[in-house]
Write a new protein. Structure first.
Length: 249
């Protein structure tokens, strides 16, 4: 049984990851920012199904003080994290719904996305890596995005933040891989989640239509790949960004 820490586990891909790892018998700890009811429901449903191995904590992972407080107050639960999955992130903050061109986005909105997404990964990495170094073992998987590789119109901040996380991961891997820690990134394409529900239909059809499978991916497809990378992939697979996008050209 592994201790798996997942950020942003109340919905979408994160929710699927929480349920998947819990049902595999692992100890799962996940965070949420504002979705308290959804998070409590996930834990309760898993208990009803016989899986009493999941805990949820409220924390803004982009806030260093909140992350430090979480790891201090929940020291016993988080002292030996085997697998860290950095999934939490925002596509836009005050930008509502539809993609918004760069020149129509305020500096505050743009940097809010950058700071939240990048700081979340940095804060959890600082909190978890020391114990992994001590144990000479650990796996870190950062959820990035196809947008961070190819870019997306109207999502320059989101795409930039994901690209930055990839470069951060590759640099960090070169610093700590000799301690038995593997770091990889997984870059999903368009997945059926709350994050894509409010995207304009024309926009989605244009992007998804330009793929080999002509459809969006499912959270279970991403969860299967994450599970493999977090638990079963050889340690020789390190410092990579794996793309799962249905073959978008």
């Amino acid at each position: 049984m592994k201790t798996i820490f997942i950020t942003g586990g109340s919905k979408g891909i994160g929710k699927e990851l929480v349920r998947d790892f819990s049902k595999k018998g692992h100890k799962v700890i996940f965070t949420y920012h504002s979705s308290k009811e959804k998070s409590e429901k996930i834990v309760a449903e898993l208990k009803e199904e016989g899986y009493n191995n999941t805990k949820a904590f409220q924390c803004n992972m982009g806030d260093e003080k909140e992350v430090k407080t979480l790891f201090k107050t929940q020291k016993e639960s988080l002292k030996n994290v085997d697998v860290l999955i950095n999934n939490a992130g925002i596509r836009d903050s005050k930008i509502s719904g539809s993609p918004k061109p760069f020149l129509m986005t305020s500096s505050e909105e743009w940097w809010d996305v950058m700071h939240n997404n990048i700081n979340g990964v940095i804060n959890t990495s600082r909190a978890v890596i020391p114990s992994m170094i001590k144990n000479k073992s650990g796996r870190i998987l950062n959820i990035t995005s196809l947008a961070g590789i190819k870019g997306n119109p109207g999502q320059s901040a989101y795409a930039s933040s994901k690209a930055a996380i990839t470069c951060f991961s590759k640099s960090l891997a070169k610093e700590i891989s000799n301690f038995g820690i593997t770091i990889n990134c997984l870059a999903p394409g368009f997945i059926e989640t709350e994050m894509t529900e409010d995207l304009p239909e024309k926009y989605l059809k244009g992007r998804v239509g330009n793929s080999l499978l002509k459809r969006m991916g499912t959270t279970s497809e991403i969860s299967n790949m994450v599970s493999y990378l977090a638990l079963d992939a050889p340690k020789f697979f390190v410092n990579q960004e794996l793309v799962v996008d249905g073959g978008i050209n």
